[in-house]
Design a protein around this ligand. Structure first.
Ligand code: TXA
Ligand code: MG
Length: 313
């Protein structure tokens, strides 16, 4: 799919266009004070699936949700006194907090990659704030770079990486911080999950205690990958063209199955349906067979997730 990527100006018309595109399920890169984010409506499964497609991400990494206010954040996560203290000190700004996801949040399961927690932040960039307020909803946004490349700090960087893959880029000039947000885990004792634009010493001063560190060998790389993800209770068997006795079949393309990820064989639709359909089939209590999914584009991320669901445990 090649799109004409529009560059939108920091003015009323540019913001209105960005809001319209987001409501229509489009992808809009937006400036934040840290780096440019690749934004989509966090409640829209298909739009969030397209983020992974546009970035060529081989995995469904959980995404950061951006909100306009503390009040908005509290709709999606179980807020705490510590969160309140840190938000008072550092929001809006380059701090992402990981908190327990509220049930019935209405966010796409692709946003959290089914973790029980949500990474959330209130960016300080005035244009990001204006957009979030005008959109009046949560925006999921990873850094706006193709997978494996460095994060963009200008609209030109975004265009160089994602031209033709996204609807628009809202141009807010160069990012001040130029480094991703600091991520702190607050689903338990405060832990530093990713060093970033806010020095951890500032966090420790606000908390009044030292932070424990992430001990993984590569803490900069996708802390969300380390937590355990949802796996269906049922046994999962892959690359199946015909269900065995007692199995329920998750179809794709010509293989209809009991439920289909996409009858049209559309990988974006399949990604958007993946977690919801796995849950629905799991509720039937029978082993799950899954039709072959092409291992290209978004199929890579879908197959990665399916392999982990099917792995012996
Ligand atoms: O400054 C930033 O944080 C930028 C701007 C656009 O906000 N965003 C950004 O997003 O850097 P991304 O997707 O490139 O990095 C987000 C990191 C990933 O490593 C992901 O695994 C982690 O946050 N993450 C997201 N949700 C998580 C969760 N629930 N628990 C732990 N880690 C999480
Ligand atoms: Mg990134």
């Amino acid at each position: 799919m090649t799109l004409k990527t529009q560059i939108l100006k920091d003015d009323t018309a540019g913001i209105a266009t960005a809001v319209g595109l987001l409501h229509a399920g489009g992808l809009v890169a937006l400036p934040t004070e840290t780096v440019y984010g690749l934004g989509a409506d966090a409640g829209d499964d298909r739009a969030v699936a397209r983020i992974f497609e546009a970035k060529g991400r081989p995995r469904f990494n959980p995404l950061i949700v951006h909100v306009a206010s503390i009040e908005a954040a509290r709709r999606y996560v179980e807020w705490s006194d510590t969160a309140d203290r840190l938000a008072a000190a550092f929001w809006p700004g380059p701090l992402t907090m990981v908190l327990p996801l509220k049930p019935g949040s209405g966010l796409s399961p692709l946003v959290t990659a089914e973790l029980p927690t949500l990474a959330i932040r209130m960016p300080a960039h005035p244009l990001a704030q204006t957009l979030l307020t005008a959109f009046d909803g949560p925006i999921a946004a990873p850094s706006a770079n193709p997978s494996g490349r460095i994060s963009p700090t200008t609209a030109a960087h975004v265009l160089a990486g994602l031209d033709g893959r996204i609807e628009a880029i809202l141009d807010g000039g160069a990012c001040d911080v130029g480094l991703e947000s600091t991520i702190i885990g607050l689903d338990g004792l405060p832990r530093l999950l990713r060093p970033g634009g806010l020095p951890h010493t500032a966090l420790e001063a606000a908390l009044g205690e030292p932070l424990s560190r992430h001990t993984d060998s590569d803490p900069l790389n996708a802390p969300g990958q380390l937590a355990s993800h949802y796996a269906p209770a049922a046994r999962v068997r892959l690359n199946v063209t015909q269900a065995g006795p007692g199995e329920v079949l998750l179809g794709f393309g010509d293989i209809a199955g009991d439920l289909s990820l996409s009858r049209a064989g559309d990988l974006i639709e399949a990604a958007a349906n993946l977690f919801g359909h796995l849950h629905a089939l799991d509720e039937k209590g029978a082993p799950i067979a899954v039709a072959p999914i092409p291992d290209t584009g978004l199929g890579l991320a879908i197959n990665d997730r399916l392999r982990r669901a099917a792995a012996p445990r």
